[in-house]
Design a protein around this ligand. Sequence first.
Ligand code: CP3
Length: 353
Amino acid sequence: MTEKANQGLEKPLLRVLKGECVQPRPIWLMRQAGRYLPEYRALRKQAGSFLDLCYTPELAAEITLQPIRRYGFDAAILFSDILVLPDALGQTVRFEEGIGPKLDPVTADNLAAVCRPEAVLGGGNEKLEAVYEAIRLIRRELPAETALIGFCGAPWTVATYMVEGGGSKTFERIRRWAAADSAGFAQLIDILVDTTVAHLLGQIAAGVEAVQLFESHAGVLDTVGFARWVLEPARRIVTALHAAAPDVPVIGFPRGGGVQLPRYASETGIDALGLDQSIPLDWIDGLLPKNFPVQGNLDPIYLLDGSAEIARHVEAICEALPERPHIFNLGHGVIKETDPETIQTLVECLRSL
Ligand code: CP3
């Protein structure tokens, strides 16, 4: 097949990730599967717990496909969670209704007992195998033009949940550990680097076509911590993925990374940069190399109260990136009170530009 014919067959989202400007711009949304959808809430009720949903391939596949059927997004993102990795490593992870994740905290003293990399690195982990089975089921059902994105949390972000025992506002425990005993804390980060690579390669072998690294708490570190715990682990992960799976693009999403974003893009080797809603698009556009793809960055708050202003916000984002390969997305996940109709409006707005 000629290169041109081949390109014509490639999925729009994957073309953008390879540096092409595609119109209309492909769109998917972080947390596009989830509690704002009545069909998700119905299935969620059937499963015992959130993790049961993640580890039941038929249910995880069905939830992944729900927003694709409704909106025809250009990508499906695997329905799973960044905390399946600590769960697979042997830490106790629970999701409490209305509260969020709760974990029995990892400390310098219990690290070796609580967190067992061999449970993941050997292959054959029952929980992660269920995730890979979901991917195979999704690929069978997905429309030909829709890409499938896999993901992991980046090591720093996953470690925040492991060490704090859940969400946090101050991140004091983890920042103290990393500052006072960086060699000890590096052991946890090293385990997460290796097992993240293994889990992403497992997802790729099962059929995901791009992967995203969620660094949701990039914004709480100083420049020294950012270099050591965000940049360096991402660089190691991307290097290993590119060596084993050179055709699979990696999207890095260092939420809250602010002025560090140009460094993140150039030093980690990622193929595309996810932008949160705080990033001025003209600023980042002027600093990234020509043809370096970006993704983002509509503030999800605009989807909450009606749809009157959406067209204006969508246009402003597209106009700020006139010649940049761009995947339309939010700056963070869909908020659970969002009306599903508003998302339909968003997709129609973008596609009619
Ligand atoms: O984006 C998608 O649609 C794919 C699935 C997905 C989920 N979580 C499903 C989920 C993805 C990509 C994630 C990533 C994730 N998980 C992140 C990184 C992105 C971000 O939001 O910053 C983080 C930090 C987590 C950890 C996590 N999982 C938290 C803090 C919570 C509780 C908060 C909340 O929104 O409930 C979860 C639970 C979770 N993960 C839900 C879903 C659909 C809600 C579970 C429920 O049904 O009760």
